[in-house]
Design a protein around this ligand. Structure first.
Ligand SMILES: C[S@@+](CC[C@H](N)C(=O)[O-])C[C@H]1O[C@@H](n2cnc3c(N)ncnc32)[C@H](O)[C@@H]1O
Length: 214
């Protein structure tokens, strides 16, 4: 994967305090004391550090990001706040450097739309979740399929719109992989972003527990 456009855009944004989120995943995630949580595309680390506080000393939180600038900022913030139970990992969402069945909770905000291979990302979410683990993800979908010329433009993809897939494609990926209890928590009206009409949603789901009632 070539992440250079992502690295350039988010390297610049790491030092700013502009909002990079597209929904309220963190407000619905409700991490419990002792839980292991993962934030995909953790940016400056704000949601990781909040969850580290919520899970307490017996829990742990991993932030995953590909941007060196964002990771540096997140690590500085963790140091400043003396957070011990969090770690930021430099890797792409398509191959997450965590072992199988690690997480009770995976969150993400405005990141998965960037990934060219979304099925791989969601398959990684499934792999790293424990049985019965859940995800709460805010993301962007497109109202109509994004034309090829934009979909293959790494700069437009890094701007959080050209990599978006349609709502039905989004939901189909989740059901095909075997997630259950999929539900949309919040959803915006369509709006214009870049050269496409998009909408934001916050979606949740669960990896089956394997029991008779899942
Ligand atoms: C729009 S920002 C959101 C940051 C944070 N979640 C927030 O809400 O403030 C997207 C983040 O995802 C990271 N990112 C984008 N594509 C990625 C990928 N394929 N693998 C890992 N990180 C990625 C970027 O570096 C950036 O930090």
């Amino acid at each position: 994967m070539d992440y250079s456009a992502i690295n350039i855009r988010y390297g610049k944004l790491a030092g700013s305090d502009c909002c990079l989120s597209c929904g309220g995943a963190i407000n619905y995630a409700k991490p419990g004391v002792g839980e292991v949580c993962v934030d995909l595309g953790s940016g400056r680390g704000t949601d990781v550090l909040r969850m580290a506080d919520e899970v307490g000393e017996t829990g742990f939180v991993y932030g995953i990001d590909i941007s060196d600038g964002m990771l540096e900022k997140a690590r500085q913030n963790a140091l400043r706040l003396e957070i011990q139970n969090a770690k930021f990992i430099h890797c792409g969402l398509e191959k997450i450097e965590l072992t199988d069945n690690t997480a009770d909770l995976v969150i993400s905000n405005c990141t998965i739309n960037h990934a060219a291979d979304k099925a791989s990302v969601w398959s990684e979410v499934y792999r790293i979740l424990k049985k019965g683990g859940r995800f709460v993800v805010s993301d962007i979908y497109s109202i109509a399929p994004i034309p090829e010329e934009y979909r293959t433009d790494p700069v437009a993809v890094a701007e959080c719109w050209a990599g978006a897939v349609t709502r039905s494609e989004y939901l189909e990926t989740l059901t095909t992989l075997g997630f259950i209890r999929i539900g949309i928590i919040e959803e915006s009206k369509p709006y214009l972003k870049g050269k496409a009409e998009v909408a934001s949603l916050t979606i949740t789901g669960m990896k089956p527990s394997g029991g008779c009632c899942s």
